[in-house]
Ligand binder design. Sequence first.
Ligand code: NAD
Length: 291
Amino acid sequence: MKVAFIGLGNMGAPMARNLLKAGHEVVAIDLNASAVAEVVSAGAQAGTLDTASQCPVVITMLQTGQQVASIYLGETGLLSRLEKGTLVIDSSTIDAATACRVHQEAETLSLDFVDAPVSGGTAGAAAGTLTFIVGGSEHAFSRAQGVLGAMGGNVFHAGGSGAGQVAKICNNMLLSVLMAGTCEALTLGMAHGLNAAVLSDIMKVSSGGNWVLEKYNPVPGVMDNTPASNGYQGGFTSQLMIKDLELAMAAAGAVSASVPMGGLARALYQMHNKKGNAGKDFSSLLALFEG
Ligand code: NAD
């Protein structure tokens, strides 16, 4: 399958490499030439939005809904340049309303569109074990399963258009709460002289066990290959976490849902980011508690 991959950042680059490993042809597209060059060195060909319009499958992995809308929508947008029947997959985490707008325009143009945000972080992207949370028709979902399976371990059909984004936002709001709680507990233990690795091992198999302790410990040196052990670089930035928490607050507002824990996590990340940490991985929140 020839796949146009647009957005080769922390997540997109390893995802594109896994498509190559699975035998797909990849057309690599990004505003950042060095991001393109890296994926080209793994076997992709460099492309543009014009080249993308000749591919039967298009995947986007961008930061925001605004970026997704500006690539796809409008009279000169990419959707209007694709062949009928093209499968279009947006794996960015964005608001469900924008996903539904793209879906509607795609349907009008006889294209198959799914929103397919991911969970699993940069390590999951590199290992090809991401969880894809898909919204769209049964037909589009079944078409997308093969290509998504080359980049992930779990591919869920959450429901119709936009449902993938809603489920993803629920997950990330929970993740922000788990990260804040884990940072708080580890900082308390360390202040009492406990070794962070020993405390983590204890809590991991006790009732406080959670994904952060298992896969993404926020204390430098406790786990290999985590952003914390790499100067909080290369993971999921605190800026992106705030973006997701804003999306969660908007989703809660739309249905008058009460989300006090998510609201508190957002306030903590706002404080953390104002101290100059927006570009660091979200596990750097530990510093707020240590401070
Ligand atoms: P990133 O900033 O590292 O990558 C985004 C890439 O998109 C950049 O390389 C940028 O140059 C490119 N881009 C932006 N506008 C473009 C355009 N018009 N044309 C072509 N390329 C363009 O972001 P990321 O960390 O890879 O995250 C991407 C998405 O995945 C976000 O929505 C994020 O919330 C979500 N996500 C990230 C993680 C993570 O751990 N980083 C985990 C799950 C989900």
